[in-house]
Design a protein around this ligand. Structure first.
Ligand code: KMH
Ligand code: ZN
Length: 271
């Protein structure tokens, strides 16, 4: 079994300080949170950024500023900007961080309900994002919110738009999309190609139970405020690092080693 790659989704696009006052928003707060998450055991930082008013933005300049702040904190984790942004953003806004040529970026693999909204990822959009990432040597993290999305990703592979390692992020429990359950996680994993690696991101209270299962199934784990703001029922998490630390303790208990950023790059075949 591969060492465990922990992704920290530290900010997200939808969560607010009203939801959890510990949410990092400014470049300085995000950078500090990224460093603490890495120190706790995260090998990937899944990154959204906010503008001066705390609103989600996909501005290339803002991503550059935040990434620079993260790097000046000494973070060596893989920085994985979002190309999903927030529901309702158009593709031109969303794709911007790709042109900073990060090692990795998300590629959302299909349209889905997203609460009251629709998160649009049609095949032409996906092809465009995948082509740019292929040409810039960026490893896409294939975000799948339901089983059909896995097949959209495989279609991109058949079309020659995904040429590297296949790494999926199975996001379960978004309201309106595939519910978070162990049965659904198993179902999704059974449909992945054998050579693929996968991470699970359980939304809300499902984050922990799905993480427990991924741990023993050989999958990887995403935690963080983007997906879940609580440490336990009724108790807000103090930081993203607190959520990462718990996963590290659980991994130790089941003898699964945690990957360093360098080891994560090897597992994901990032050149
Ligand atoms: N904020 C969601 C609508 C991604 O990062 O690629 C989309 C999202 C996915 O967070
Ligand atoms: Zn995201």
């Amino acid at each position: 079994m591969d060492k465990l790659i922990i992704t920290a989704a530290i900010c997200g696009a939808e969560v607010t300080k009203e939801d959890n006052p510990n949410l990092p928003i400014t470049p300085e707060e995000i950078a500090l949170e990224a460093r603490k998450a890495e120190e706790a055991g995260a090998a990937i930082i899944h990154l959204h950024v906010r503008d001066e008013d705390g609103q989600p933005t996909q501005s290339k300049e803002r991503f550059a500023e935040v990434i620079e702040a993260i790097e000046s904190e000494g973070v060596t984790a893989i920085i994985q900007p979002s190309t999903g942004g927030a529901a309702g953003m158009n593709w031109k806004e969303r794709i911007q961080p790709v042109y900073l040529e990060p090692e990795m970026a998300t590629l959302d693999c299909g349209t889905t309900n997203f609460g009251d909204e629709i998160f649009v990822n049609d095949l032409p959009l996906m092809r465009n994002f995948a082509r740019e990432m292929r040409d810039l040597n960026i490893l896409p993290e294939l975000e799948c919110f339901e089983p059909g999305h896995i097949y959209n990703a495989l279609q991109l592979k058949r079309e020659g738009l995904l040429t590297g390692h296949l790494h999926f992020d199975l996001v379960l429990g978004v309201p309106g999309a595939m519910p978070a359950s162990i049965k659904n996680l198993l179902f999704m994993v059974e449909h992945l190609p054998e050579e693929a690696t996968w991470t699970v991101a359980g939304i809300g209270r499902h984050e922990l139970s799905l993480a427990c299962h991924a741990l023993v199934m050989g999958g990887h784990i995403r935690v963080g405020f983007e997906d879940n703001i609580y440490y336990s029922k009724g108790r807000l998490a103090e930081s993203n690092a607190e959520l990462v630390e718990r996963i590290v303790r659980m991994a130790r208990e089941v003898n699964r080693e945690v990957a360093t950023p360098a080891e994560a790059r090897e597992i994901l075949k990032i050149k």
